[in-house]
Design a protein around this ligand. Structure first.
Ligand code: CA
Length: 233
């Protein structure tokens, strides 16, 4: 396999040999370059030396808490991180996403899920790169267009009217397209004061209204108990 044909380079930080093999074999078959680190220390070192496109990080590592690993990597790099968590509970995923992880997989996962998450994450990085490189005053996703300068939103070139909060919410999703945003993160970005369960409910109402106005429910995906994500259509 030539390096030039590879779809990207992935760093896998995982101590479980079975999962290492599963991920490694999948990446090889689907033509990604990859390296494996069996503990956090090795993983952080490789994140700097190998400079991967995506990091897959197990939260349960022998030498360091996965959340600490995210903090350390985020102190020097914005490389997308997909966390792998064995626990069904959402707390650790929420914590990891709030510390800067981009996406998550829950064990046991299948290879299709893994590949889909990698594709989405890499597409998100490419979109962000393009936004920085080009004129970033207009956002386009399928039929949706946001003109940040005018503060206008269009569906199929027809303007739709959003409330101030709906517009703020839409811009937040658009700027993080492909990334899971937690309820807490969204509330912090959109509202100055947090009224506990009340704001959780109103966030759901705002998202519902926004979906209706976008005339397509596929743009904003719900992650039950965690948050929302805008999909690239
Ligand atoms: Ca583990």
């Amino acid at each position: 396999m030539s390096e030039n044909n590879a779809k990207g380079t992935i760093l896998v930080i995982e101590d479980d040999k079975v999962i290492q093999n599963l991920i490694g074999t999948t990446l090889e078959i689907f033509n990604y370059n990859y390296q494996i680190a069996s503990n956090a220390t090795q993983g952080i070192l490789k994140a700097t030396s190998y400079n991967p496109d995506v990091i897959i990080l197990d939260l349960g590592l022998p030498d360091m808490d996965g959340i600490e690993v995210i903090k350390k990597i985020r102190s020097f790099s914005l490389i997308p991180i997909i966390i792998v968590s064995a626990r069904i509970e959402n707390e650790d995923k929420i914590l990891a996403l709030d510390e800067g992880a981009d996406d998550y997989l829950t064990k046991p996962f299948n290879t299709e899920e893994l590949l889909a998450r990698i594709r989405v994450t890499m597409r998100h990085t490419n979109i962000s790169k393009n936004v920085h490189e080009e004129n970033n005053s207009i956002f386009v996703n399928g039929d949706l267009k946001i003109d940040y300068v005018k503060g206008c939103t269009y569906i199929k070139e027809e303007e739709i009217h959003l409330t101030a909060i709906e517009y703020k919410l839409l811009c937040l999703f658009a700027k993080n397209v492909g990334k899971v945003l937690t309820h807490n993160y969204i509330k912090k970005e959109i509202w100055l004061d947090d009224n506990g369960s009340d704001s959780q409910l109103s966030l759901r109402v705002f998202v519902t209204n926004l979906r209706k106005k976008l005339k397509n429910t596929d743009y904003i995906k719900t992650h039950i108990g965690i948050g929302y994500r805008m999909l690239q259509i």
